[in-house]
Design a protein around this ligand. Sequence first.
Ligand code: ATP
Ligand code: AMO
Length: 433
Amino acid sequence: MEDRTYTADAEPGETATVAGWAHEIRDLGGIAFLIVRDTTGKIQVKFEKDEMDDDLVETGMNVNRESVVKVTGDVEEEERAPTGVEIVPESVEVIADADPELPLDPSGKVDADLSTRLDNRTLDLRKDETKAIFEIRAEVLRSVREAFRDLGCTEINTPKIVATGTEGGTELFPITYFGQEAFMNQSPQLFKQLMVGSGLERVFEVGPIFRAEEHNTPRHLNEATSIDFESAFYDHEDAMDACEHVVKSAYEGVAENCQAELEALGYEDFEAPEGDFPRLSYEETIERINATGELDEQLVWGDDLPTEGEKALGEEMGGHYFITDWPSEIKPFYIKDHDDDEQLSTGFDLMHPNMELVSGGQREHRYDHLVEGFEQQGLDPESFEYYTKMFKYGMPPHAGWGLGGERLVMTMLGLENIREAVLFPRDRQRLSP
Ligand code: ATP
Ligand code: AMO
């Protein structure tokens, strides 16, 4: 529609043609208003019944809410109009009529529960608050990509249909691939590692990961967006530095470019985290969690961190922090142990006070150690031969991490449910839309 004027650009003294949705109709008797909404905002269209063509008034007043309309008319200054201007229409056209029974109210006057919202995302994203989440999500991904560019990375895309899993056998979705057993990939882990040994050296990927998580929780998805990083000649400390840069850049991008969206979500003082993220060893972490007194049973070396423990420590920390030097036995085979202590891994997690955001570490790049690691984890190195064999042809030391995109957005905006950060979430109950 070449002659279209966005509502935000309609200037007094011009003739404008706005096209958008009928947000609201207010009939005050002699005068009536149609509020037209597009992606840039809302504009008032004024109908003075005695002074206008009856057909025009009739069309304007009988529009069903949320129909798509096109209005042409003069833009005039009007102090009482919500945006200071209004359109006096010469023509009103209903381009696509909406059913008067709407499954949810995009004006936000009537609340809808999350499930109704997810079933009707098209209507849900007509609301400023919901739209804001996805504009911010897009800014997060833009900023993250820019941060990876600062780091000298090449963006890659790796297969999502694979022959083997890497993140534990219970969380795989099996599929049939021309009669062969295959799976939806849980992580680009092995492929990104193969690329640091290639001429690319430093890579990142933003893409879907699939996990058959057993439980329905507010922070797990069955299809999530993983932001993955991997670099040759990096150790775990370098990888944590890169992680910090990427996470902070996401916050900075949003603080700088999403003022209107933050306002729509009710944020008054959104700030990017400042200062270095503290790095706590696993040992120190369990001691500090034990000291909070929040757990019924004291944690001992080798325990996974329970959610209540993470939350209690998160409250004390008050911001992002790394947990480093995890016990080797609870980290995957591809994570390298410290050279001077093989019980201690170079694995790390980045925590937000409410949950884990990132896992990463330095990788085992020595062929013999790698194959041994497979065996120790009860995995058959033969089925990973496509991966292990490349470690025989010059695989540099390397490190990297995976960041949950939805968890980043969720924690950044204080969303209560991770599903709010996904257009069409996949969980145990939800396979469509
Ligand atoms: P990821 O699974 O990607 O590593 P995560 O935050 O789920 O991220 P886990 O290692 O799965 O990390 O779990 C961390 C802790 O969170 C666990 O020790 C467990 O106490 C708790 N937890 C995990 N899944 C659930 C769940 N479905 N319900 C309640 N608590 C859970
Ligand atoms: P991990 O399994 O910890 O590590 O995943 C990395 C990050 O991805 C996010 N995440 C999820 N988000 C929502 N729903 C899920 N079901 C889900 N599963 C994971 C979390 C988590 O911290 N290969 C390693 C990364 C690496 O070492 O490079 C891995 O996948 O934010």
